[in-house]
Design a protein around this ligand. Sequence first.
Ligand SMILES: Nc1nc2c(c(=O)[nH]1)N[C@H]1C(S)=C(S)[C@@H](COP(=O)(O)O)O[C@H]1N2
Ligand SMILES: [Mo]
Length: 422
Amino acid sequence: MVENIGMKPSRRGFLRTALAGGGALAVGSTAARAEGDPVILEPRPWNQFLGEGVDARPYGFPSEHEAHVRRQDVPWLTADPISSVNFTPLHELDGIITPNGLCFERHHGGIAEVDPAEHRLMINGLVDRQIVLTMQDLMRFPRENHVYFLECAANTGMEWAGSQLNGCQFTHGMIHNVMYTGIPLRLILAEAGVKPSGSWILVEGADASGMTRSIPMEKALDDCLVAFKMNGEALRPEQGYPVRLVVPGWEGNMWIKWLRRIEVGDQPWHHREETSKYTDLLADGRARRFTWEMDAKSVITNPSPQAPITHGPGPTVLTGVAWSGRGTIPRVDVTLDGGINWHDARMSGPSFNKSMHRFYFEFNWDGQPMLLQSRAHDSTGYVQPTKNQLREIRGENSIYHNNGIQTWAVDKDGRAENVEIS
Ligand SMILES: Nc1nc2c(c(=O)[nH]1)N[C@H]1C(S)=C(S)[C@@H](COP(=O)(O)O)O[C@H]1N2
Ligand SMILES: [Mo]
């Protein structure tokens, strides 16, 4: 089937051909277009008139032509928009960083509009000194910068039993990847002095949901951050302004927003979000307890249902993202024929620990239907499973932690649809 769709047998051979012949594609279509093209021959408003001055946009927004690039919810998914979720438009993005205004939102009590002057972070419980820190106090701790993905454990949860939502925004968009500036949590805990019996922390949010989660001390002292900046600017209110917890590689629910209290204890609290929620019910009625780490996962973002192929047969760019809660993604395989032939995708951009990675696969589409899939390999050697492999182990009751391989069926017109073949 690879030959059928015009693939060169050797990936390296194709790349060389593509690079050498790259000009041919561009020159051919450009030459044809130049004749009588009004956008070239007739003046456009933007070269006839002067534009707005430098002060017109003190805080910039995207071009009005990008208005379709937006977070979106699925109205029937939740009873109301207060305890709900919307989704990152992955099919409109490139590279690895999610712009702040497009990071998906998950709230249990709506967006807390916190006044930083009235925000406090309390450390209590099994500590030598209970302390209360203001934002000004926090600014005096040493900071670090790290790029991490946050994925809700429910991402792709609607797809357990079969394909359901038509677009990678909805199937995979409960994820964002941001550079955080924050204080290592261990420094704040050291300021309070953790007692020898302190082996767990409870983190609590200042929003109306008062969300809490238990986190083992080992993780708290390892790479958790108390973050106040995202992509260089203050956290957005939607993301927990003025401070949120960053729990690298672990499920999004633990990344408490509007962080106001950290209690040190000697056992987990077993609150709502770690018992009745964010627990995986297995086929035999038992439940997986504390599934914190996010397994390696990937998705093709283009082509995909919201991003069909509109240019017809010929050179085509396939791209997507991959991530793992256990490390980096050295390799992603892609298939155009539903897993009969797999090809090495080309990784591009920085490869950070517990961050999103970008992959590309350029090929010549011959206009025949395709079954597109991607398969991530992480730095521990773990390989992203098929959905059937997941169901064999976890049954059909699950919602959370679905990292199975996603399939898009592309028809001869380039339209893509969410399907399941394995
Ligand atoms: N205080 C508080 N923290 C919270 C939540 C919340 O509702 N309140 N939602 C959690 C869940 S379930 C997820 S997936 C992430 C979502 O983070 P985001 O809104 O930045 O995408 O925040 C977590 N932290
Ligand atoms: Mo979540």
